[in-house]
Design a binder for this molecule. Sequence first.
Ligand SMILES: Cc1cc2nc3c(=O)[nH]c(=O)nc-3n(C[C@H](O)[C@H](O)[C@H](O)COP(=O)(O)OP(=O)(O)OC[C@H]3O[C@@H](n4cnc5c(N)ncnc54)[C@H](O)[C@@H]3O)c2cc1C
Length: 261
Amino acid sequence: MYAFEIERPTTVAQAVEALKNEVAQELGGGQTLIPTLKQRLAAPEVLVSLSGIAEMQGISVSEGTILIGGGVTHDDVAIGAMAYPTLAALAGGIGDPAVRNRGTLGGSLANNDPSACYPAAALASGATITTNAREIQADDYFQGMFETALDDGEIVVAVSFPIPEGASYQKFVQPASRFALVGVFVAKYADGVRVAVTGAAEEGVFRWREAEAALSADFSAAALEGLSHPAEGMIGDMHGSAEYRAHLIKVLASRAVVDMA
Ligand SMILES: Cc1cc2nc3c(=O)[nH]c(=O)nc-3n(C[C@H](O)[C@H](O)[C@H](O)COP(=O)(O)OP(=O)(O)OC[C@H]3O[C@@H](n4cnc5c(N)ncnc54)[C@H](O)[C@@H]3O)c2cc1C
């Protein structure tokens, strides 16, 4: 690890100011960034810790929406997001206790690992990502593997999730990493069903729109029977071929629907 300075702002405004330094980078829970630094794959000269910013903490519920601060850890979501039980359960299933104790919602969404769990929750829920500068709809936010709509120095301050009538997240765990080999999040709203898939595609999280249309017309596992997801564009690696991942998408989507019955 190269040497770096650390700054500990207590407001978002101070953090934004600190990040104007082009050699500075946000530090959330450090669960991705610190290993990256240890491997010398990145070398920011200044880390701007977001963990002391009160504005980025807290969970609140209002008018059918749960608002979670970008600095809230996975453990705190698991305990505090009971208004959206599937989201709380997803957070409780991330990594291991050490990761959940430090890793944050904002860090996960900023990182947009193609196998991470929160991107599936955000996309399936039609969440809104609030940054220091603007509000970004989940449909516009995820832009490819490790790519998001965030500009340099832009901070994920909070995320609001519309609470669905019902939801289920089915994660096929990659046993070595604890990430999703494939994960499917199904959320049912009054105006339709949204299905988001993580872990499967080279481009990262995506909506399976054919399943959404089928489930919006008939919310049953039978409605998915005639569908299959193509293997094209899916990740193939030592843990599972592209065909295997494509197959898992339908299996997990069906399990989610059965789980919600
Ligand atoms: C062993 C292990 C298992 C894991 N398993 C899972 C899993 O099953 N599912 C899952 O979803 N994730 C998993 N993770 C990832 C974990 O959830 C991380 O906590 C997360 O990806 C990064 O969040 P962080 O707060 O630690 O961010 P950091 O590591 O601090 O930062 C990650 C990136 O985001 C930027 N950043 C951080 N916070 C913000 C912010 N608020 N606004 C803008 N940019 C920001 C940083 O500059 C950096 O580029 C796992 C990690 C490990 C080490």
